[in-house]
Design a protein around this ligand. Structure first.
Ligand SMILES: Cc1cc2nc3c(=O)[nH]c(=O)nc-3n(C[C@H](O)[C@H](O)[C@H](O)COP(=O)(O)OP(=O)(O)OC[C@H]3O[C@@H](n4cnc5c(N)ncnc54)[C@H](O)[C@@H]3O)c2cc1C
Length: 384
């Protein structure tokens, strides 16, 4: 065996494809009985594989982590991901916000074709191999007892720590710590917020609040948020994860297209004998879930037009924090980049590389996550 790859998510599979197509003998192992479980789960919401953006703009969506990933994303960015998907025999379509999906909107057909390609390149798979230790050899718990593998080159593609039942449980971090390799604590990323709604909100579970601006600390997003039984979900909320998981307050501007001054003018009209709800309904066309949010969080509703306008543009949601890491789409934290060289090789462990979500970076939903996993797998495949 030339190369051992541990982890069969998109990052590990891409590294396997690149190395096997260059004639290397590759063995892929995973703790689970079947491969790519989180990738399959991502397919349940359509499998957003990349975002059809100009490369510079695409890379900028990685925020503070863009410098770390720039070389990898430049070598395998949105254009390459689209071509690679099509070359696998999967047609793609581009949604209105640039999100790119396979037309099947599922991961299973793509994964089947990918497996076929890997098998034709001679890649060998071993399932139910859980990495539990690492000395001169890599040590695995398997149904037939402990196995020791000592490859020339190893690529670790062990994923983050969300949705642990799919295999990416982050337990590898303990092994790294015993080797004095710095792993930054995992934290939920792309996760909803918990809100203890009153019973009056029951009828709005499953209803989106459209065309709002959301902000938390120094982060701002525009879009919609979905009211669920437990709180709020959706891409706009997920983008605020770095602030929300620190416990920052979540605020909503219900009228992002109207200035505060214009809102005050509208709210200065004579209320006559209307109740405040009727008055808001008539003057601002407020109804349904938007009006319900006002009744939920602005109590008492201020009489002064200035104060009311301020409250409507700074609706403070009494959230109870981000959902737990188990429910997050991805995780922040992971192997610190200071432990790696430019090829993503662990400096203290020559010929051992790390790829995918197990590295310390984060990005919003919208195809950035899978693209970055593919890109790091491709990069290490080329450089290992
Ligand atoms: C509900 C949901 C929806 C998502 N939707 C999207 C989307 O539409 N677009 C997008 O870009 N991203 C999406 N993601 C995120 C995306 O799926 C992940 O970022 C991506 O799968 C990470 O790839 P990876 O190869 O780094 O790791 P993973 O896919 O997590 O794979 C890691 C593998 O390593 C194995 N493993 C872990 N520990 C061990 C061990 N000790 N020994 C052996 N094997 C081990 C695991 O079993 C697993 O198979 C979604 C995630 C979820 C949960």
């Amino acid at each position: 065996m030339d190369v051992l790859i541990v982890g069969t998510g998109p990052a590990g599979l891409m590294a396997a494809e690149v190395l096997a197509s260059r004639g290397r003998k590759v063995i892929l192992v995973d703790s689970k009985p079947s491969f790519g479980r989180k990738f399959l789960m991502a397919g349940k919401s359509g499998l957003n594989i990349t975002n059809d953006q100009e490369l510079g703009k695409f890379i900028s969506r990685f925020g503070n982590d863009q410098k770390k990933l720039e070389p990898m994303l430049t070598s395998f960015g949105p254009e390459k991901v689209k071509k690679w998907t099509q070359a696998l025999g999967q047609e793609i379509f581009i949604g209105s916000t640039g999100r790119v999906f396979p037309t099947t909107m599922k991961a299973s057909p793509l994964l089947r074709l990918w497996l076929k390609r890997l098998l034709s390149l001679g890649v060998e798979f071993k399932m139910n191999y859980k990495l539990v230790d690492w000395h001169d050899s890599f040590v695995f718990d398997t149904p037939s007892g402990k196995k020791f593998l000592t490859p020339k080159t190893t690529i670790l593609a062990l994923g983050g720590a969300s949705w642990p039942k799919l295999g990416s449980d982050g337990s590898w971090a303990k092994i790294f710590k015993t080797k004095k390799i710095k792993v930054n604590c995992f934290a939920p990323s792309n996760v909803g917020v918990r809100i203890n709604w009153s019973k009056f909100m029951n009828q709005f579970h499953g209803i989106p609040v459209k065309n709002i601006q959301m902000f938390s600390d120094n982060l701002t997003t525009r879009g919609e948020a979905l009211v669920t039984k437990e709180g709020l979900e959706g891409g706009g909320i997920y983008e605020l994860s770095p602030a929300l998981r620190r416990g920052a307050i979540l605020k909503i501007d219900l009228f992002p297209d109207i200035t505060s001054e214009n809102l005050v003018i509208k709210l200065s009209r004579n209320r006559k004998k209307n109740s405040i709800s009727n008055y808001l309904r008539k003057t601002l066309s407020l109804s349904g879930v938007r009006l319900a949010l006002i009744n939920e969080f602005i109590r008492p509703i201020p009489n002064s037009p200035q104060n009311l306008a301020y409250s409507l543009k700074n609706l403070c949601l009494n959230q109870q924090g981000a959902h737990s890491i188990d429910q997050a789409i991805s995780t922040a934290g992971g192997v610190d980049f200071s432990e790696l060289n430019e090829h993503l090789m662990i400096l203290k462990r020559p010929q051992v590389f790390c790829v995918g979500e197990m590295l310390d970076w984060e990005a919003p939903t919208g195809g950035y996550l899978i693209n970055a996993c593919l890109a790091t797998g491709y990069w290490v495949g080329k450089n290992a």
